[in-house]
Design a protein. Structure first.
Length: 380
């Protein structure tokens, strides 16, 4: 899940609906690692005004064809995958579209099979949540031959030439925010961090941020996407046995933190940091928030990744309704202040109410719903 972010006001004017512009790091990105809540920066009226402006920029009001989207899921076991899929379905529903899912279960062979299974169902668009194109190359090539757009969202990829377009969070900024937190708290502890990475572009980018922060690495292994909870529990338990003085445990694949928390709890029953290693991960999903609330996880860097699904649906809509090419910018800018992807570090000090996710910095759902209402008459 990759990146660079918000451009200048001049650049913003270029991108709104399908045009591409170079982006620069988000202003204030280095401060994203603080534990301040993600306070909305735009009022509801301002979001509405920006939506109306974006709709006008896209063109005169027009009709939208009914289509079917095939959604290839990396693994439905992942709470982040669930968030991305559910938001894609919610966005598509507003436009009157159908979404057909296929679960890759973290298995490359099943993902490849899913791609062709979905294409066999006469879909109009193939959408996935950041699956490396080498895994589903056959399906992507087939889709291109058949004139079917292919889009990824939620996870950055290093090679994307087989995809039509893709939209992803700023992994580097997220990694830097979490790495700063780990580095600050690991000071004076010599054991080093136990790192569980993942062999994907977004996973590598996150771990590289930790290394760039100068955190000592005690060990580094990759997660098994087909066995994220029990496999991680066993893996981290073994590493804690080898490195009993570890300063931190860094979990790159968000679902795996559920297993890591079990391993840390078993090794250090009733203990909290600094009497056990710091446990840090990505995405403040509801299960992770519950673990933070219980004192079993210390920090999670959050990004309202649902915005990438809504953006993908919007770009698909522009292509279907107006033949406007989909934006090649991984984070299209729709207007000043619409940086949906701003990272926030979540700890026990800024937890949302139980059962709720962290509030997004910008109400992306309200923005796109209003844009589509004015542009396509959707939701009326």
């Amino acid at each position: 899940m990759k990146a660079t972010v918000l451009g200048t006001v001049a650049a913003m004017a270029l991108v709104a609906c399908g045009d591409s512009a170079k982006t620069t790091p988000t202003p204030g990105a280095t401060e994203a690692g603080t534990t301040a809540p993600a306070a909305p920066t735009l009022s509801a009226s301002r979001v509405e005004a920006l939506a109306v402006a974006a709709a006008k920029k896209a063109g005169s009001p027009t009709s939208l064809p009914k289509i079917t989207i095939g959604y290839l899921r990396y693994t439905a076991q992942s709470p982040a995958d669930q968030r991305m899929y559910d938001s894609a379905v919610a966005a598509a529903k507003i436009l009157g579209w159908t979404v057909i899912p296929c679960d890759g279960m973290g298995d490359p062979a099943k993902m490849a099979a899913c791609g062709n299974t979905l294409l066999n169902q006469k879909i109009d668009v193939l959408l996935d949540d950041g699956i490396p194109q080498t895994i589903i190359a056959t399906a992507l090539q087939r889709a291109r031959r058949e004139g079917i757009p292919t889009v990824y969202s939620g996870g950055s990829l290093d090679k994307t030439d087989l995809y039509t377009a893709g939209y992803a969070p700023p992994e580097g900024e997220m990694g830097t925010a979490l790495a700063k937190y780990v580095a600050d708290h690991a000071k004076g502890r010599d054991g080093g961090a136990i790192v569980q990475g993942f062999a994907a572009s977004w996973g590598i980018e996150r771990v590289n941020a930790l290394k760039a922060a100068g955190v000592k690495i005690a060990s580094e292994q990759d997660a098994d996407a087909t066995n994220l909870v029990q496999g991680t529990q066993q893996q981290i338990a073994a590493q804690l046995n080898q490195h009993p003085n570890a300063s931190a445990v860094w979990i790159t694949f968000e679902t795996a933190v559920l297993g890591a928390a079990q391993a840390v709890k078993a090794r250090y029953p009733g203990k909290s940091f600094p009497d056990r290693p710091l446990l840090a991960t990505f995405y403040a999903n509801r299960p992770t928030l519950d673990l933070i609330r219980k004192g079993q996880v210390d920090a999670a860097v959050e990004n309202s990744l649902e915005w990438s699904s809504w953006t993908a649906i919007d770009q698909i809509a522009e292509l279907q309704a107006r033949k406007t090419p989909m934006s090649k910018d991984v984070r299209p800018v729709y207007g000043e202040g619409l940086d949906f992807w701003r990272p926030t570090l979540v700890t026990k000090d800024n937890l949302p109410p139980a059962g709720q996710l962290v509030a997004p910095p910008v109400d992306y759902a309200a923005f796109f719903a209003a844009k589509w209402k004015h542009e396509f008459g959707a939701g009326r």
